[in-house]
Design a protein around this ligand. Structure first.
Ligand SMILES: *Cc1c(COP(=O)(O)O)cnc(C)c1O
Length: 306
């Protein structure tokens, strides 16, 4: 199966941008797992690809936007698992392809572009039937990779933490990763999710995912909606300067869609006294760094690279 390229590790960043906070902040570097199968996507795909192979499929089909980390990761992970992959992409094909889609196609993924209105039908049986008539049979990995097997995979993120801590923190897109942390901790410690998009549906989404995987519901978690910077992929100068400052101080790159928002939120929370002094927070670096190229292409090299 797909093995990590490098083992994740904990990095103490308490004395960097968090120096005045009185908290211990450690970053769990999932971004080092693989340059392309970034961070949490490795855990989310693992059991899905195993399932596809053991059920006798030779192809997976999945969904995403034009800059999707999930599409990028799936194109590589599927190939490593010996599977063909089809990426159903929201919007029109634009040449030249952006770096994310260029990589995906180079990795062997067949890209199938559909309109935004068709994209809304992606979970309908009829739509999947149409795709099967076009492409033949395949195993479906949902958008963002989130399902019960993804939750199972992300429970294993906890196995990479070898020290005691009070809080674990992640950015939240679909909620699959957060659900895995909650299920893995079984009610212990506290799990904080920083939502990177607008909308309070994520709480019920995470509840559903936790219940579906574990048959239980837990109370030791919350999703914070104050740090999405206006919505998914929205940003402002504050966010960009935080990401650039963070990199120059720690040497660690953050992406503007997920990890930048989470760390910026965490910094503000520590300043506001959200955590008691000496609390230990483990924040997940969920990766996403492949997206920086496309972001800089679109918006003019705002994020420093290297
Ligand atoms: C996909 C992604 C997330 C969000 O994960 P979910 O399980 O969808 O909530 C967070 N960070 C990065 C870098 C991602 O690519």
């Amino acid at each position: 199966m797909i093995e990590p390229f490098q083992k994740p590790f904990l990095q103490d960043i308490s004395n960097t941008v968090f120096a005045q906070s009185g908290c211990q902040v450690h970053l769990l570097r999932l971004d080092v797992i693989h340059p392309g199968i970034s961070g949490n996507k490795w855990y989310k795909l693992k059991y899905n690809l195993e399932e596809a192979v053991s059920s006798g499929f030779d192809t997976i089909l999945t969904f995403g936007g034009a800059y999707s980390n999930h599409i990028h990761a799936s194109s590589i992970a599927a190939a490593k698992a010996g599977l063909k992959s089809i990426g159903v992409i929201r919007g029109e094909r634009v040449e030249p392809l952006n770096p994310t889609l260029h990589d995906a196609e180079k990795n062997g993924m067949v890209l199938h572009f559909i309109s935004r209105s068709d994209y809304r039908r992606k979970n309908e049986t009829k739509f999947i039937g149409e795709m099967k008539r076009t492409f033949g049979d395949f195993y479906v990995v949902p958008e963002g990779g989130t399902n019960s097997l993804a939750v199972k995979g992300t429970t294993e993120i906890l196995l990479d933490i070898t020290e005691e801590y009070d809080y674990i923190m992640t950015s939240v897109g679909t909620g699959g990763t957060m659900a895995g942390l909650i299920c893995g901790l079984k009610g212990g410690k506290r799990v904080i999710g920083i939502s990177v998009l607008k909308g309070d549906f994520l709480v019920s989404e995470v509840e559903k995912l936790v219940l579906a995987y574990s048959g239980k519901s837990y109370k030791n978690w919350e999703i914070i909606e104050d740090y999405h910077f206006g919505g998914y992929a929205k940003f402002n100068e504050d966010l960009i300067s935080f990401i650039n400052e963070f990199r120059s101080v720690t040497g660690i790159a953050l992406d503007p869609i997920y990890t930048g928002k989470m760390m910026s939120g965490l910094k503000k929370m520590t300043r506001k006294g959200f955590f008691k002094p000496n609390t230990k927070v483990v924040a997940l670096h969920t990766g996403g760094l492949q997206g920086i190229r496309g972001f800089n292409d679109r918006f003019g090299n705002l994020i420093q690279e290297e």
